[in-house]
Write a protein that binds this ligand. Structure first.
Ligand SMILES: Cc1cc2nc3c(=O)[nH]c(=O)nc-3n(C[C@H](O)[C@H](O)[C@H](O)COP(=O)(O)OP(=O)(O)OC[C@H]3O[C@@H](n4cnc5c(N)ncnc54)[C@H](O)[C@@H]3O)c2cc1C
Length: 502
């Protein structure tokens, strides 16, 4: 979709009332829009997006080489075949998303540069009142909606997470967070340090290695990497046979999903075997450089999948290490000094440019002040209904995708569920729906959103208390497991007493 087409969008009407208001035009928002359009035709909906264009994450981040970490057969929507290589650039992902907008006429529902600041539910009016600020003009706009669908992602865009390093102000070079890569930054001849070891660092390092004097990936602790060719053999074979792309999409999706389930199960049942296999991949990719690197920089102490495993397509990170353009350092930062970073070991990493690929500040509700009947919503005290609705919050759904599988798989499942729920409400002739614990749920054990023993990314460790609580019954959990959800969500009984209608 061309940027020019964005300008040809509908004007916002003051005081507009809609059936459904979608927050955000990223992957989850577009899935919501597509499903409303196709499964609830006639629904009046609007998608408010703070940024100047669509794409969410894939519009926000502009660092060199930005690409997906998961394959696009499962990160792509279930309803639109992906026809390229599995790991895709942000540009390719946005172009695919642009096609979804264009093919489904979603542009007439999207209002860009509308940052939602508050959403207030009134039980008397049976609707949400949503206040948004136009980021281009500063104008305040009021919308009302029967249903609020939160597709706002999980992190704040204004500032990325950076630990409070001492001495930063004394550093003579340039320091920034990877989310805010400066336009036109010239790194030719510069010594660059990228702090971090996740997918972002593992993408930036090989992508700048040949353009700067040298790049060092500075990590506190190692993580696991998987590596392999950025291609899917069976997809290429089926294409040669001129099989319809929608079949290829479905077949490859199923294959990848099964393989990733098998892999994930093995990391739990046979962690040491999987550790060995992952390290062998890295060893093979590093060849004669393995001995010098694997024990020191690529052998984590955690179990595989306790933290995200980053995929390195075509082993590009390892190729640059082998070529001597990139190196890895494992150590703790003591402080910044004028010439670079001093580690607790005493070593100083000299740098002209430091990129912090150190993660995000959690923003569970898009920094929107949400209230229900005049009371500020204490989101962390609610109990979740299947990870998408919350006790005490009427006509409200929220998308939090998968961590070990592609986010979109869940965005699509939630979208189908919400459309089914809206149809059910229409058939019952009711206007509101709200999860409520049943008598039989009294005394149910409540636990955290994510079990830290099982998975503990930094942003969850820092902000875990902001997430809703989970119960120990399927209705009151976010399973974080596509294989469980793919059956249990479509089959959820909407009249089992967990959802109260009026
Ligand atoms: C660099 C990076 C790479 C990633 N790679 C992968 C991957 O390969 N696979 C995977 O599964 N996951 C990946 N993720 C996680 C990723 O965020 C999701 O997969 C996915 O893109 C999220 O889509 P979303 O629409 O839910 O949220 P986002 O992409 O975050 O989009 C949310 C949108 O809502 C808007 N918004 C937020 N608050 C407001 C507000 N108050 N008012 C109006 N608009 C608002 C934002 O501007 C944004 O455009 C990655 C994340 C990052 C940061």
């Amino acid at each position: 979709m061309s940027e020019a087409a964005l300008l040809d969008r509908p004007a916002t009407l003051a005081g507009e009332h809609v059936d459904v208001l979608v927050v955000g035009a990223g992957i989850s928002g577009l899935s919501a829009g597509y499903h409303l359009q196709t499964q609830r035709p006639g629904t009046k909906f609007v998608m408010l997006e703070a940024q100047a264009s669509y794409g969410g994450t894939w519009y926000t981040h502009k660092y060199p080489g930005i690409r997906s970490d998961s394959d696009l057969y499962t990160f792509g929507f279930g309803f639109k075949p992906w026809t390229g290589a599995p790991i895709a650039t942000a540009e390719e992902i946005r172009s695919y998303m642009g096609e979804v907008i264009e093919e489904n006429g979603l542009d007439r529902h999207i209002r860009y540069q509308h940052r939602i600041v508050s959403a207030a539910w009134s039980s008397v009016e049976r609707r949400w009142t949503v206040m948004a600020t136009r980021t281009d003009t500063g104008e305040q706009l009021r919308f009302t909606a029967q249903f609020l669908w939160m597709c706002q992602g999980y992190y704040r865009r204004e500032d990325g997470y950076m630990p409070d390093w001492p001495g930063v102000e004394s550093f003579a070079g340039t320091l920034f967070h990877s989310m805010h890569w400066p336009d036109g930054l010239d790194i030719a001849g510069k010594r660059v340090v990228v702090i971090g070891s996740g997918a972002t660092a593992a993408t930036i390092v090989p992508n700048i290695a040949e353009r700067c004097a040298h790049v060092t990936m500075l990590q506190r602790t190692p993580i696991f990497y998987r590596t392999g060719r950025n291609a899917i053999e069976i997809a290429d074979e089926l294409r040669k046979l001129e099989i319809d792309e929608s079949w290829i999409h479905e077949i490859v999706r199923r294959k990848i999903l099964l393989e990733s389930k098998t892999f994930t199960d093995l990391t739990v049942s046979h962690p040491e075997r999987m550790r060995g296999e992952l390290l062998t991949l890295v060893r093979d990719a590093l060849g004669e450089h393995a001995e010098q690197h694997v024990d020191a920089h690529f052998t984590p102490t955690h179990r595989p999948w306790q933290q995200r495993i980053a995929f390195v397509p075509d082993a590009d990170l390892f190729a640059q290490i082998k070529a001597g353009h990139a190196s890895v350092k494992t150590g703790h930062i003591e402080r910044f000094v004028p010439e670079g970073i001093r580690l607790t070991s005493g070593e100083v990493l000299e740098a002209d440019v430091v990129v912090a690929a150190t993660g995000f500040h959690l923003s569970v509700l898009g920094d929107i002040a949400i209230s229900v009947d005049g009371e500020a919503l204490a989101f962390g005290e609610t109990v979740t209904y299947r990870g998408m609705m919350f006790t005490g919050v009427p006509n409200f759904a929220w998308v939090f995708g998968y961590i070990r599988s592609s986010w979109t798989l869940r965005a699509d499942l939630v979208a189908e569920f919400v459309c089914r729920l809206l149809r059910h409400m229409q058939e019952r002739g009711v206007e509101t729906v709200m999860p409520r614990l049943r008598a039989e749920d009294a005394g149910m054990t409540l636990g955290p959103w994510l079990d830290p023993e099982n998975f503990n990314p930094g942003y969850v460790n820092r902000g875990g208390h902001l997430f809703p609580k989970c119960g120990d019954k399927i209705e009151w959990r976010h399973t974080h497991d596509y294989w469980e959800d793919k059956n249990s969500i479509p089959q959820a009984d909407l009249d089992d007493g967990t959802l109260v209608y009026s």
